[in-house]
Design a protein around this ligand. Structure first.
Ligand code: IMP
Ligand code: MG
Length: 176
């Protein structure tokens, strides 16, 4: 089965939106100790671009969670591949996700953060696919773009480990 990538969000639009998000986050967390928690692998590019626009005191740490394997369907069986190394005690945590789909990954990450003494925990997701939501307690605090129910790739997001390096976001179309 071959797939085609149809452009959805061009590079320039991504760049501008990341700048806007960074400005909002910067103002909201002014004077507070902020740590970004980048959810690997999908949000590495977004986290990096966002962090470059935030104050130099901003910290970052990483978690890696797998739910997908090589397919396009999220599974309820989440596995923690990499845990946080940093202490979040007394710090304001901003979880950085590439996309909120069913909400399971975010729910899993939130549960891992609970009880670690963070001053606050919020979510910034580049993309939100509300039509895919299974856990309706997941409400992103910062959203780059709300997108339709399509499988998207690029700017960090993959399909079977491919397409992460695209500078734009596109959706997959399959010719059968
Ligand atoms: P959720 O757990 O279903 O909310 O999905 C979140 C994770 O699944 C994201 O962090 C992505 O890694 C992956 N994911 C969900 N939808 C897509 C998509 O359209 N393209 C690529 N990855 C996706
Ligand atoms: Mg992910």
């Amino acid at each position: 089965m071959g797939e085609k990538v149809i452009p959805l969000i061009p590079e320039e639009m991504l760049r501008r939106r990341v700048m806007e998000l960074a400005e909002t986050v910067r103002l909201d967390y002014e004077g507070k100790s902020l740590i970004l928690v980048c959810v690997l692998h999908g949000s590495f590019m977004f986290s990096s671009d966002l962090m470059k626009l935030l104050p130099p005191e901003t910290e970052i740490d990483f978690v890696d969670v797998s739910s997908y394997g090589k397919g396009m369907k999220s599974s309820a069986n989440m596995e923690l591949l990499l845990d946080l190394q940093a202490s979040v005690e007394g710090k304001h945590v901003l979880v950085i996700e590439d996309i909120a789909d069913t909400g399971r990954t975010i729910d899993f990450v939130y549960k891992r953060l609970a009880g670690r003494g963070a001053a606050s925990v919020k979510l910034c997701t580049l993309l939100d696919k509300p039509s895919g939501r299974i856990l309706d307690n997941i409400h992103p605090d910062y959203v780059g773009f709300t997108i339709p129910n399509k499988f998207v790739v690029g700017y960090g997001l993959d399909f079977a480990h491919k397409y992460r390096g695209l500078q734009y976001i596109g959706y997959l179309s399959f010719d059968d």
